[in-house]
Design a protein around this ligand. Structure first.
Ligand code: ADP
Ligand code: NI
Length: 213
């Protein structure tokens, strides 16, 4: 095994263990999908360093405040230094972890190629059929309503209808999921996001049809 392969295997085992307490939408299968999608986007775009992308994707959810009270960047530095990873690479991976999330992401700061790619992959996994499953799964985990008809969304879905005080999972589509296609960094991400977005819009239309029938 090469050094990099050994390090990736070590990090994989660490992350597998670390995400065990997350809800199933943020668990190991999410990490695996993000790694796969990120490497696919990297191949299509021909930019970024695949080693940083893979480490960044593996470690992107470490320290997520929804599940952990520990400091993700410090944890990542500890793990990667223990494996002798180059300090420049550690900085890149930490910066992906710090800047990736929808809420934490500083929207106007410049993004490295690797961050752009891992962020697109993470956002794509919040869209489409899997994104819908993850949203309702997280809503259940957090004890939220599936839908509150008093929130009164338009059909077809209308982004302007988002209610920041509402907490149903359907509201989460308006607050976040339906915005993601316009936040893609790469052309490949945009292409993949289009199909997933359209599916969510169709899904909501059917949801309201059934709710109101
Ligand atoms: P980010 O790291 O980009 O901020 P999150 O960790 O908030 O993303 O979201 C990860 C997953 O959890 C996504 O699939 C998202 O839709 C889901 N999720 C987060 N908050 C909610 C919520 N309030 N209701 C339903 N799903 C949620
Ligand atoms: Ni994630």
């Amino acid at each position: 095994m090469t050094d990099k392969t050994q390090i990736l295997k070590f990090v994989e085992d660490f992350v597998r263990e670390a995400v065990q307490k997350h809800d199933s939408g943020h668990g190991w299968s999410h990490i695996e999908r993000v790694v796969r999608l990120a490497l696919h986007i990297h191949e299509c775009e021909g930019k970024g360093d695949s080693y940083i992308i893979e480490l960044g994707a593996l470690l992107h959810d470490i320290g997520d405040s929804k599940f952990a009270s520990h400091d993700g960047p410090a944890e990542i530095r500890r793990i990667l230094s223990s494996q002798g990873v180059d300090p420049g690479i550690i900085d890149e991976v930490v910066s992906i972890n710090e800047s990736i999330s929808f809420s934490k992401g500083k929207h106007d700061a410049p993004k490295s190629d690797e961050l752009q790619i891992v962020q697109d992959a993470d956002r794509l996994d919040a869209m489409g059929a899997i994104g819908i499953a993850r949203a309702f799964n997280y809503g259940g985990f957090a004890g939220n309503e599936i839908y509150d008809p008093r929130e009164g969304y338009a059909n077809p879905p209308n982004l302007a209808a988002a209610r920041s005080h509402a907490s149903s999972t359907v509201n989460h589509f308006y607050e976040k999921l339906l915005h993601l296609k316009d936040l893609m960094n790469t052309d490949t991400g945009r292409k993949l996001a289009g199909e997933r977005h359209d599916f969510m819009v169709k899904y909501l239309e059917q949801f309201y049809r059934e709710w109101n029938s």
